[in-house]
Ligand binder design. Structure first.
Ligand SMILES: C[S@@+](CC[C@H](N)C(=O)[O-])C[C@H]1O[C@@H](n2cnc3c(N)ncnc32)[C@H](O)[C@@H]1O
Length: 188
C-alpha cells in the first residue's frame, strides 16, 4: 500500500462534514481534494503551496471534483502562512497534511527545507485541535531529503514526549532505494 493511500485512509476515518483541515504542501492537489470532499460544503480546507503553478493545478483538481468552494488556496511559504493563520484558526483544524520534498515533474530545486518545515510544523501543531491528526510524509532519496527527515523525526520525538501519540509507516522497497516515511501524530 502506498503512503498516500494510508494518508487518505486516515483522513477518511477522521474527517466529517463541517470539519476544518489544512494541506501545507498542496502540489497537484490530491490531498486537498480528498480533504475538501470529506469536509463537504459546510467545511473548510486551507491549501498552501509556494508555487503558483501548484496552486493552479490544485484549483483545477478541486473544480473537477466539485469542491473548490470550501477551499482557500494560498500561494505562500507554509511557515509564514501557518504562523499568520494561528491568529484566527488556533485549535480549529481536525487534520493537517505535509507531503515534503519537490513536486514530481516540476522544478526539483523548489523543495521543502528543514527550517521552514519545522516552523510550519510548530504552527500546525497550534492550529490542530485536541485529537487532531498531523500527517507528514518525507522522501529521503533526494539531496537534503534525509537531513529534513531526520529533523522531522526529532520533532516527532519531542511532541511524543509531550504526550502526543506518534506512529510511523515505511513501505518495504527493493534494492538500495531509501523508502519514504510517513508519521501520523495525534495531538493530545
Ligand atoms: C511532494 S509535493 C506535494 C504533493 C501533493 N501532496 C499532491 O497531492 O500532489 C511538495 C510540494 O511542496 C511545495 N513546497 C516546497 N516548499 C514549500 C514551502 N516552503 N511552503 C509551501 N509549499 C512548499 C512544492 O512546491 C511542492 O508542490
Amino acid at each position: 500500500m502506498q503512503l498516500t493511500d494510508i494518508v487518505h485512509d486516515y483522513l477518511s476515518a477522521l474527517l466529517k462534514p463541517g470539519d476544518h483541515a489544512l494541506d501545507a504542501t498542496a502540489g497537484n492537489g490530491y490531498d486537498s481534494t480528498v480533504m475538501a470532499t470529506l469536509v463537504g460544503a459546510e467545511g473548510h480546507v486551507i491549501a498552501i503551496d509556494i508555487q503558483a503553478s501548484a496552486i493552479d493545478a490544485t484549483r483545477a483538481r478541486l473544480e473537477a471534483a466539485g469542491c473548490v468552494a470550501q477551499t482557500e488556496l494560498l500561494v505562500a511559504d507554509h511557515a509564514q502562512a501557518l504562523c499568520s493563520l494561528c491568529t484566527n484558526y488556533a485549535q480549529t483544524m481536525s487534520a493537517a497534511t505535509f507531503n515534503l520534498g519537490y513536486l514530481p515533474g516540476s522544478d526539483k530545486s523548489i523543495q521543502t527545507e528543514p527550517e521552514s518545515t519545522l516552523a510550519a510544523l510548530r504552527a500546525a501543531s497550534e492550529l490542530l485541535k485536541s485529537n487532531g491528526l498531523l500527517l507528514v510524509t518525507a522522501y529521503r532519496g533526494h539531496d537534503g531529503g534525509q537531513a529534513e527527515a531526520n529533523q522531522v523525526a526529532n520533532w516527532m520525538q519531542a511532541v511524543q514526549e509531550r504526550g502526543w501519540t506518534v506512529e510511523s509507516h515505511e513501505p518495504i522497497v527493493t534494492g538500495s532505494r531509501v523508502p519514504p516515511i510517513l508519521w501520523v501524530a495525534r495531538k493530545i
